[in-house]
Design a protein around this ligand. Sequence first.
Ligand code: IPM
Ligand code: MG
Length: 371
Amino acid sequence: MKGKLKKVTLLSGDGIGPEISKEAEKLLSIISKEFNYPIQIIKKDFGGVAIDKTGNPLPEDTLETCKKSDAVLLAAIGGPKYDNLPRDKRPETGLLGLREGLKTFANLRPIVVFKSLIDSSTIKKEVIEGTDLIVIRELTGGIYFGKPKGIETRDGEKVGFNTMVYKESEIKRIAKVAFEIAGKRRKKVTSIDKANVLDVSQLWRDTVIKVSKDYPDITLEHLYVDNASMQLIKNPKEFDVILAGNLFGDILSDEAAMLTGSIGMLPSASIGDGSMPAIYEPVHGSAPDIAGKGLANPIAMILSAAMMFKYSFNEEKIHDHIFKSVKDILEKGYRTKDIMQDGRKLVSTKEMGDLLCKALTLNLSCKESII
Ligand code: IPM
Ligand code: MG
């Protein structure tokens, strides 16, 4: 299967980022070896660690290296140390800059409930069993980037404001991504808005309806964001593809994450029009409270690497192998602390990484599992 060398920029970032990155690196080296698939990993500073060294969360050299690579694998950024810095110097601003710089307008967040983890969710088993949905979140527009924005004094009083703005072209391109993905799934798109109140949402709804005309075999439904957040908990199985703007998608994807039991399980892909590399990152944050203690769950990071094979390298088989290894290890009862249940085997970040690597090697050689 030897192909052209793939350059992957690895941004380990802050908090638990370096620990989970290490485990992903181990897995990548196994894939490289077993599939004879050359991968070069280039490590760059990003987020808090970059602020400490350069004062800038997204140094020029980091962005340029990302642009020149085939994919970007990002762990997590941020921490309390940086919370009081001016906004343009915060790790989160670096993340928005990276998304904007690589024009990754579509954020894909698959939410799959693993059977073996059904009891770790706070939601009843019969409600979440069989849930398999994907949130398609617009990532480079909306209120995150809209202008005007700021805090100023008006009539002697401070006023804070942001602008939720979408161009028709921005809505069209993200809607197309959602319909295309729905075509390969259960053929249903639920578009989220607040069209009963917001003009920007009315344009969102009208434009999504227009795009849907090109996809006659896909069922389209619209939900107001408040109702959607309720339906997601009440009947998650009803959803296939959830299409949402930047802010609504951010909020709903965290809610959807909890259906699976732990946000530590969820990967994501941020893709553009293909002219620049995509970004793969866990949905969870840098969890500074547990950093360096071996407690972090590396699964979201490893599944993000799996998504990289599927979406950037067109290697669905490798994606499926990694996914299966995760499933196997969970079925065997191994758990990091965030997904621990009675009677299961508690393992550290490193042990979980080692187990996944072993499972992957075994799956690849099709041997009987001996773990
Ligand atoms: C996410 C995060 C980010 C966002 C933060 C860290 C800027 O919450 O990726 O969901 O709001 O997009
Ligand atoms: Mg978020």
